[in-house]
Design a binder for this molecule. Sequence first.
Ligand code: NAD
Length: 474
Amino acid sequence: MISLKNFINGELVAPLEGNYIDNYNPSTGQVYGKVPDSTDRDLQKAIEAAKSAFPEWSQMSIDKRSRYLMKIADLIEANIGRLAEAESLDNGKPVSLARRVDIPRAAANFRFFAAAIVNDSTESHIMEGQAVNYTRRAPLGIVGCISPWNLPLYLLTWKIAPALATGNCVIAKPSEITPYTAFLLSELIIEAGLPAGVLNILHGRGAVIGQSIVQHEEVKAISFTGGTETGRLIGKLAAEQFKKASLELGGKNPVIVFDDCDFEEAITTSVKSAFTNQGEICLCGSRIFVQNSIFEKFKESFVKQVNDLTVGDPKGDVNLGPLVSDRHLQKVEQFVENGRSEGAEILIGGKRLDQEGYYYLPTVIAGLDEYCEINQEEVFGPVVTLVPFEDEADAIAKANSTKYGLAAVIWTNDLKRAHRVAHQVQAGIIWVNCWMLRDLRTPFGGMKSSGVGREGGNDALRFFTEPQNICIKL
Ligand code: NAD
C-alpha cells in the first residue's frame, strides 16, 4: 500500500487529522494507496510556510530562481520512467503515452518558464520633456494552483512553474484521483534544494481542501483547471474576495473535415484526436463534422482505423488503457445509453471490456444531430460522433452550437477557407490540418464556458504578477 504525504515547508508530512482517502488502480479496480484527506489545519501550516518563504523567494535574483526551475526540469527528466509508471497507475493511461508526452511536457513546463522569466521585460512610456513611466511587475504573494486528473503532472506543473518563476509562493492541490506524480514531484523538489515553503503540495478532496485554498484570504490568486461547474463555483468564490482567477474548463471540441482535405491524414489524426488518453484530454475532438460528399467514405475508413486500436493493460503495448475511475466509466456509459435512446447508431464500441478494471471500448456514433445530449455535453471519454454538413456556413453553425469554446480542428487545403472558418469558429485554439501541436509561447485557453484567462507564455507571467506604474517627473 503506497501512503502519500503532504509537502509543507520543505518536508513530507502526514495530514494533521490523520485521515486518508483510498486511491484506486483503474486497470484492476483495486485500492493501491492512501491519499491525505487534508483539512484547514494542514492549509494553515502551508500558508505560514509560504508566508515566511515569500520575502526571500520574491527578492531572489531572476537568474537564481530560473536555475532552481531548470534543476527541477532536469530531475523530472532523469526520472521519466518512474513518473510515467506512477501516472499510469493513477490515471490508467498507457505508460508509453506518459513517457512520450506527459512527463517530458512536465519537464518542458519548468524549462520553458525558467527561460521565459529571464527573457521577460516590462514596458516604459515616455512623456517627452515631462516624465518617464515604467511598469514594475510584482509577484502576488501566495497563490493557489488546482489541477484535474486527466494530465496530472503536466497540468499541475503548467501552473506551478510560471507561479514560481514570477516569485510567488505556491499552495498546490492535485486531483485526489491522481495524486501520485505530485507526491513524487515533492520528493524531486527536495532534491532540487528549493527553499522550504516556496512550494507546498496539499492532497485531498476538492470540496474540502480545494475550496479552503480558494477562500483563504492569504491566497491572492487561483489558477484552476477542471470541470466547468467547479470553475463556476471557484470563479464566484474568488470574485467575492476580488481575487484573480484563471479558469481552464471543459470542452466539446469540433473537428471540421472539408472534402478537399488530405483524406488519409485527416482520418489518422482524427482517430488520435478522438481517442488519445482514452479521450480524456480537454482538447480531444469529440464531434467530427464531415462534408456530405465524403461522409460515407470517411465513416468507413474512420471506423476501420478505430477497429485497429488496442485496449488493455496500460503497461503493455496498447493504444487505450482504462478510464480513470468507476464513477467516470459509469458516466460515459450513461451518455452512450442516453444516445442510444435518442436514436444513435453505434458504429463500433458502445460497451465496456468484459474484465476487471474500468475499460471502455473506443466508440463511434452516427445518426444524431448536433443538438443531442452527447453532442452538447462533455463526455470526456472514448466516444466520438460523426455528423454530416452541407457547406461552410453549416459547418460553422454546427461547430458553434455548444456552450463550450476550447479548441477546434479544421481540415482543408483551401487556404482562404481555412482562415475564414478559423475566424468564425468560437474556440480559443484552432488547429488547421493538425492537432495538439503546442508552442508554449502561444495563448492557451477557451472561450465561452470553456474558461476565462489564458495560460500560455506571457499570459501566465502576467497572470501571476501585478503591474505597478511608476511615474518619474523629468
Ligand atoms: P473537477 O472540476 O472535478 O476537479 C478539478 C480539481 O478541482 C481537482 O483537483 C478537484 O479536487 C478540485 N475541486 C473540486 N471541487 C472543488 C472546489 N469546490 N473548490 C476547489 N477545488 C475543487 O475536474 P476533473 O474531473 O478533475 O477534470 C476533468 C475536467 O477538467 C474536464 O471538464 C476537462 O475538460 C477539464 N480540463 C480542462 C482543461 C483545460 O485546459 N481547459 C485541461 C484539462 C482538463
